[in-house]
Design a binder for this molecule. Sequence first.
Ligand SMILES: NC(=O)C1=CN([C@@H]2O[C@H](COP(=O)(O)OP(=O)(O)OC[C@H]3O[C@@H](n4cnc5c(N)ncnc54)[C@H](O)[C@@H]3O)[C@@H](O)[C@H]2O)C=CC1
Ligand SMILES: O=C(O)CCC(=O)C(=O)O
Length: 424
Amino acid sequence: MGYIEPAPIKDKENPFESMMSRFHIAAQALGLDDEIYNVLKSPYKQAIVSLPVTMDDGSIKVFEGYRVIHSNILGPSKGGVRYDMGVNLDEVKALAAWMTWKCAVVDIPYGGAKGGIKCNPREMSPGEIERLTRAYTQNMHEIFGPDRDIPAPDMGTGPREMAWMMDEYSRAQGMTVNAVVTGKPIVLGGSLGRTEATGRGVMISALAAMEKMKINPFNAKCAIQGFGNVGSWAGKLLEERGVSVVAISDVSGAYFNDGGINMNEAIAYRDKNNGQLEGFPGAEKINPDELLLLDVDVLIPAAKEDVITFDNAAKIKAKLIVEGANGPTSARADAILQENDVLAVPDILANAGGVTVSYFEWVQNRLGYKWTRERVNRRSDRIMKTSFNKVYEISQEYKVSLRIAAYIVAIEKVSTTYKYRGGF
Ligand SMILES: NC(=O)C1=CN([C@@H]2O[C@H](COP(=O)(O)OP(=O)(O)OC[C@H]3O[C@@H](n4cnc5c(N)ncnc54)[C@H](O)[C@@H]3O)[C@@H](O)[C@H]2O)C=CC1
Ligand SMILES: O=C(O)CCC(=O)C(=O)O
């Protein structure tokens, strides 16, 4: 093997470098061919688009949008679209590659992609967000397609934006194409269970890891960073299974109650309070950086990348980290966590429940049929448990962390498929 070395890990990592360094370690453990290594290290397609949008005051503002397809070796590419001021090409490239590995870990027939628009949706009106979403979809018309590339929600987007994307794409096609997007409202062909699917998968992964670690959920305390779709559903479902959620946070701050925060109350408060926890009365406000360092059993980062880093990893007291967010742990933090016996269930496994139910949505759209919530949950729970067990076994066999084991499972699947398909 004569791999080109990944860029040396610098003091400040970026998500793409973090992804590459794990990919490199797993490729070496697997003895991956140089040719396949080189194919998989670069995205298949990268689009950067300029999106002029008429704002409510009549001015025209130009936004930058991205879509990166990392790989379509396993099937049409799949991945969410993020609306956030931090969106940039390196971030979208990393997120797209993680989608390739994630779909392969849970064995669903998709490649990986991700999109994003650099914007602050909290400061935009619904009309401005709709015009921006439609402009993005028009610009991506040649890239998107139910057999080519299928967007879904991510940070800052949800069923509303997916409905606009589906409608805009369908208008250009002259017919309704609901399988072009997943995470849609139920009435437009969305799947029951998709809204809670990512948090549910986080819950299943957390319980599976707790079982291995002999942590009784009824005696366990948990802290959650990010109280959006993923964090709040993970918290609610873990609470239903006995875990006490003692800390939660969002952009407005972090909130702590050692006796446990009632999840339904926190969710209801957030929903009435413009989507934010600001002023939440059920807990004391703490420094957001402290949330990650609390003396809890389980830590769930469910906001954004690179929050567990070289600087704070050694101070983490939780024995189990379950990654709801994509890329919350930087590559340099991995070694510190391992040294301190902190088990990290990696993003590409722990948060794969979302794309799994997106796959079910796409299947239902293509069948023209609807599954019950029970069927969706049963099947996605089974996939999450099977995938956890497979990754756990590989980690024992190769004597590597769960993260590197998950990359090994994924890279093996993608590279084997690539060899069979040939043509290179
Ligand atoms: N929605 C989905 O189905 C999936 C999402 N993910 C990942 O999960 C993470 C969260 O996504 P969603 O819940 O969908 O987004 P969301 O937009 O519903 O919620 C994000 C939450 O994070 C909070 N947040 C943002 N910056 C923060 C910070 N610096 N500190 C604390 N909280 C902060 C926001 O206030 C909000 O509560 C992202 O990394 C996303 O890529 C992963 C798989 C699927
Ligand atoms: O549901 C999907 O298709 C993708 C969700 C996503 O973007 C993710 O898993 O990070």
